[in-house]
Design a binder for this molecule. Structure first.
Ligand code: 26V
Length: 804
């Protein structure tokens, strides 16, 4: 039985005892990775004390629980977070120090759990932290991927993907739970016959059976005894699932299901594999929830009163037909009852308006892989069409909104039809869903749509990753903001205080030095900590417009070369971004950034004024040292395209100024801080929509009108940066021969002007510091605690669990 150590002496004793027990060595003899494992296990066991109690209390009190179904959870490292949330960080740190071990060395051994791509996955992780910290019974359901998202290396200025073996040291946080394993069925055919009661009996006879084994990770909140669960499903071979002759093939088929976060879906095999992953974790998770519900209530009549399921984007939307299948085939509910239960249980979050990102599956794939589920989807579609055309008399909307059309299953449509709530992730995004992308659905179901502006956990992103700022805030406004981040507002009273402004700049300097040391150590580049740290860190995508940032850098470079009297305030332009392996344009942009960096950083006229740095392998841990060192937060997507953004909130909370378009949650950031305390530029979402609608934009006109733009665009193809004529040709073509889809040239002048304004602002350090302090003071709204409270009250209908 684990001890709940109360002080550093008890900690030390326990630590040493465990090392001897486990490895048969003394503390001094133990390898550092062994020390890491033991510390992790101690923390996990400490959390486990309340884990079981939490499950019991929730069952005894018959509390409603929420399950967040997401293909991605970008958890990052958990050691520091868990120690801090449990309130035992100092005990462990001091205990280890007395044993001669620096805790930071152990913290650095942990791999990021990189089970996700970007914002959507990190949001899920922030939500888990807030759920537990708010005492809400809310769990995660996902896949235990063998490899996280690829590691990014830069070789010869280009991105190279390397497998992320995050499990190589083992995962101390997880507990394998074979007793909860379930089988998941694929392929085969469906038998139907009439039962004695006259009801149809349906039996799916699968051609592939996979065993789903859960690994549970405890999710501990700050200052609470409630411990939730992140359940990760792993695919294994099922007993007697195939004959020996095809054993190898079967084993391979099973193994690949959980191998990668986002398998390459440029091939048919890759696409089907992704569909398999989706059904795999949906079916396993749902079966499990049903089993546990039945053991408490012995009926599913009250399922939707006791269970809420949030569908994180369309990836888990098979939950809807799967729950229908279980209710009807296994528990004999009729369609209407099953439909009520399903709809009342499910809620769907949309995370993008980009049409290429809205999931559609060829009907054939779904029919072959999931024959029974497909039958149910067909029936959902049939009934929906009937309802809309007959009951509502809106046959005009029927074809737009139905699930099955053009030979494809439209997953977003299925999600909207089969759930009681549809939410966007920022006010502007939800408005665009209602008025444009999902307008027809909004006409049919006006009450389903609602907004839940994203948030970030202020614990990880402020308290733990920026202790310098956190301490300064505590000294100024007291500790209340830690449990109640909206109290950061109290800082508004002090934003004019000159001493505080100075102290804030000192804290920022300290953070900049930490980042500069990391850059020096990993990239061997010296950067000037007195320069403005201008950071754009996010996935690489055309709509996010990293290229616009680069174009401005190139323009500044040319102007400084051409005119010795033109000099800018020293600036370090920092990029961090992974590109999808098959996204060639994005990879070209990464290459361009490196070529520009080479040129600029090695030019002695220009490099005292600007440096360009690309930090490879952007992920949660790098974000923890990058965001809080930034002076400027680049949020420059084409207006209307970025659903919300969450990096923008992390920068804001750490006192950076937003240089951005009126897009996603930037709009709400500006609403909070006022136009004077953000640098906003460019076309608005309405302007973009109009330009697109009326087809009035002409990229060549922009090009011809502005000599600076011309020079920059030409530099992509005139060997300014590379002698290989193939390099950057694609970038040139995308801009000039596809009419600059994301309107970079349209916003170029405004952006360049905004950059100039940033420089003017920075020259006045007191005003600058005041703006940063206002950003921090107004950032409490963007804590995911606020977001989660809104989900809990308005969608899930769950309340804090009283653990006593
Ligand atoms: C996916 C894909 C895949 C195919 C090619 C193009 C493309 C473009 C975007 C996406 C994003 C999928 C969903 C997603 O990750 N959305 C992000 O969700 C965040 C959390 O709500 C939000 O802050 C970001 O604005 C949004 O892009």
């Amino acid at each position: 039985m684990a001890n709940e150590f109360k002080n550093k002496n008890e900690f030390k004793e326990e630590f040493q005892r465990r090392i001897i027990e486990r490895y048969g060595r003394s503390f001094e003899q133990a390898h550092i990775t062994e020390k890491y494992m033991i510390l992790g296990e101690m923390v996990r066991d400490y959390a486990s004390i309340h884990w079981n109690a939490s499950k019991n209390v929730v069952a005894e009190k018959q509390e409603k629980q929420m399950y967040y179904f997401s293909m991605e959870f970008l958890m990052g490292r958990l050691l520091t977070n868990n120690l801090m949330n449990l309130g035992i960080y100092e005990i462990a740190k001091e205990g280890l120090a007395e044993l001669g071990q620096d805790i930071n060395e152990l913290e650095d051994l942990e791999s990021d759990a990189g089970l996700g791509n970007g914002g959507l996955g990190r949001l899920a992780a922030c939500f888990l932290d807030s759920l537990a910290s708010l005492n809400l019974a809310g769990h995660g359901n996902c896949i235990r991927y063998e490899y996280g998202l690829f590691k990014q290396k830069i070789v010869n200025n280009e991105q190279v993907e390397v497998p992320d073996q995050w499990l190589s040291l083992g995962n101390v946080w997880e507990v394998r739970k074979p007793k909860h394993a379930v089988n998941v069925n694929f392929g085969g055919h469906v038998d139907m016959w009439m039962g004695e009661d006259g009801k149809a009996i349906v039996k799916h006879v699968p051609s592939l059976i996979v065993r789903a084994v859960p690994y549970d990770m405890p999710i501990v909140g700050q200052n609470t005894n409630l411990t939730n669960t992140l359940r990760l499903w792993s695919a294994e071979v099922a007993d007697d699932a195939c004959d020996a002759s095809s054993l190898n093939e079967y084993v391979n088929e099973v193994r690949e299901i959980c191998r990668n976060v986002y398998p390459d879906d440029s091939t048919e095999h890759g696409k089907i594999l992704r569909l398999k992953q989706q059904y795999f974790f949906v079916a396993a998770g749902l079966n499990n929830i049903i089993e546990s519900h039945m053991s408490t209530y012995h009926t599913l009549d009250n399922f939707s009163e006791k269970v809420a399921i949030q569908l994180n984007d369309t990836h888990p939307v098979l939950c809807i037909p799967e729950l229908m299948r279980i209710l009807m085939d296994d528990y004999k509910y009729d369609w209407d009852q099953a439909w009520d239960i399903t709809k009342n249980t499910m809620a769907y979050t949309n995370h993008t308006v980009l049409s290429e990102a809205l999931e559609k599956w060829p009907i054939q794939y779904v029919q072959d892989l999931l024959p029974r589920v497909f039958m149910i989807i067909e029936e959902i579609d049939r009934r929906f069409k009937y309802e809309v055309s007959h009951d509502m008399g809106r046959s005009d909307l029927m074809n737009e909104c139905c699930v099955l059309k053009d030979g494809q299953v439209h997953m977003a449509n299925l999600a909207i039809i089969g759930s009681h709530s549809v939410n966007g992730v920022a006010a502007l995004h939800t408005k665009i869903l209602k008025e444009d992308v999902m307008k027809n659905f909004h006409d049919i179901y006006p009450n389903k749509f609602n907004n839940k502006t994203n948030g970030i956990t202020h614990r990880r992103w402020l308290l733990y990753s920026n202790p310098q700022l956190s301490n300064l805030l505590e000294k100024t406004i007291g500790p209340d903001f830690k449990a109640n981040p909206e109290r950061l507002q109290d800082l508004m009273k002090y934003v004019d205080d000159k001493d505080l402004q100075k102290e804030f700049m000192d804290v920022k300097m300290e953070r900049k030095k930490i980042l500069a040391a990391y850059i020096k150590e990993t990239l061997h580049i010296d950067i000037d900590v007195n320069s403005i740290f201008d950071v754009q860190a996010k996935r690489l995508h055309a709509y996010k417009r990293q290229l616009l940032n680069v174009m401005n850098i190139i323009d500044l470079y040319f102007r400084m070369k051409q005119d010795p009297s033109f000099r800018i305030y020293p600036r370090t332009f920092i990029f961090a971004a992974k590109a999808a392996p098959s996204y060639t344009f994005a990879k070209e942009v990464i290459k361009l950034i490196h070529y520009v960096a080479d040129k600029v950083n090695n030019d002695s006229d220009v490099s005292p004024y600007m440096k360009v740095v690309f930090i490879p392998n952007y992920g949660v841990s790098i974000a923890e040292i990058l965001m809080n060192a930034a002076d400027v937060s680049e949020q420059i997507s084409t207006a209307g395209k970025e659903a919300s953004g969450t990096g923008n909130m992390k920068f804001m909370m750490n006192g950076a100024i937003t240089l951005g378009t009126m897009d996603g949650a930037n709009v709400e950031i500006v609403e909070k801080v006022g136009y004077d305390h953000a640098e906003i530029f460019g076309l608005r979402a309405d302007d973009v929509a109009l330009v697109k609608h009326e087809n009035t934009y002409d990229v060549w006109r922009k090009y011809n009108e502005n000599a600076n733009i011309q020079k920059v665009v030409n530099s992509f193809v005139d060997s300014t940066f590379s002698n290989d004529p193939k390099d950057f040709k694609q970038i040139y073509n995308e801009l000039m021969f596809k009419n600059d889809e994301y309107l970079l040239l349209a916003d170029f002048e405004a952006y360049s002007h905004a950059q100039k304004n940033i420089e003017e602002r920075y020259r006045n350090k007191e005003e600058w510091a005041k703006t940063c302090l206002i950003n921090i003071a107004q950032s409490g709204y963007f804590s995911s605690d606020r977001t989660i409270k809104q989900y809990a009250d308005e969608i899930w209908n769950i309340e804090p669990v009283n653990m006593k």
